[in-house]
Design a protein around this ligand. Structure first.
Ligand SMILES: Nc1ncnc2c1ncn2[C@@H]1O[C@H](COP(=O)(O)OP(=O)(O)OP(=O)(O)O)[C@@H](O)[C@H]1O
Ligand SMILES: [Mg+2]
Length: 280
């Protein structure tokens, strides 16, 4: 399955010296918002390379620029300065029409609040990206995507007739139905209880492992981040840490420590800490 841009048999221009394919390459990205006379510097020079098949989480305090960065990665927003190559293509030079095509075909988006249409059935929600994309076999493909997230028996349900975890799985099916090369998810487990969060994590891990889908996650939750392969930490619009997770957890395999145990480790860190924190 060729997921990225066709290259007429040419060698890809976007391999680094280890032969790995760089799907995202941003350099010196800044983003400034103007609020009246006041400049808000949401990103202050971010460099980041993301390789094919990586499962990356972005962490950092509220306001550190995580969503701003995700919007730029997803070509939903343009940076104020800096360059962005998506699979070797300079995104800043593409016209809006081409950006929309890339968003529709190459990138699957998942949001914290699910972003489902209120009066639309699960099946129809998942069919919509196919309608915009002009694809045939829409019902069949939408049904298959819903079955792959375990919702084969909920096709005709409205969002109000589904649990939070099920709604998020509809959103994942919608993100998947066009067979994207990359999934961008902004706090996808943020509104879920821990059991639904684990189910959603299992789906993302399976997609990443079995289909090699490059996945980028924003999360506040270190436990969720430990299920990914690499963690970057933002602070005040800059990357302050970038670490490989040595032994990522497999969702559902290890039970999350109880709140009391987590609290205990927080207290220990507070007393004995001082070392830089690592999420592995
Ligand atoms: N559209 C906008 N106009 C003006 N300022 C904005 C806009 N979007 C974000 N900001 C500002 O940019 C900074 C980064 O915001 P961003 O939403 O990226 O943070 P975040 O890391 O996603 O935070 P959270 O964890 O709370 O979601 C914040 O100071 C925010 O107030
Ligand atoms: Mg955010």
């Amino acid at each position: 399955m060729l997921k990225w841009f066709k290259r007429n048999g040419q060698a890809p221009a976007n391999q680094d010296n280890t032969g790995r394919r760089v799907v995202i390459d941003i350099q010196e990205i800044t983003k400034m918002y103007l609020m009246g006379d006041i400049e808000v510097h949401a990103l202050r020079g971010v460099d980041l390379k993301i390789y094919e098949g990586e499962f990356l989480s972005i962490m950092g305090p509220s306001g550190s620029g995580k969503s701003t960065l995700m919007n730029i990665l997803g070509a939903l927003d343009q940076p104020t300065s800096g360059s962005y190559f998506l699979d070797g293509v300079d995104v800043s030079k593409l016209p809006e029409k081409e950006l929309a095509r890339i968003r529709n075909k190459k990138i699957g988006f998942v949001f914290q609040n699910f972003n489902l249409l209120k009066r639309t059935t699960a099946l129809r929600q998942v069919e919509l990206p196919l309608i915009y994309g002009g694809t045939s076999n829409r019902v069949k493909r939408a049904r298959a995507a819903l079955e792959s997230v375990g919702l084969g028996k909920r096709l005709d349900h409205l969002p109000s007739e589904l649990s939070g975890g099920q709604q998020q799985r509809v959103a994942i099916a919608r993100a998947l139905v066009n067979e994207p090369a990359m999934i961008l998810a902004d706090e996808p487990t943020g509104n879920l209880d821990s059991r639904s969060g684990t189910e959603v994590m299992q789906i993302f891990q399976t997609l990443n492992r079995e289909q090699n889908i490059t996945t980028v996650f924003v999360t506040h939750d270190p436990w969720i981040a430990r299920h990914t392969n690499r963690v970057i930490m933002l602070r005040d619009g800059k990357v302050v840490a970038d670490r490989k997770v040595m032994n990522p957890l497999v969702a559902g395999e290890v039970e999350r420590p109880s709140e009391a145990e987590e609290l205990e480790s927080v207290f220990q860190e507070a007393y004995y800490g001082g070392d830089e924190e690592e999420y592995n």
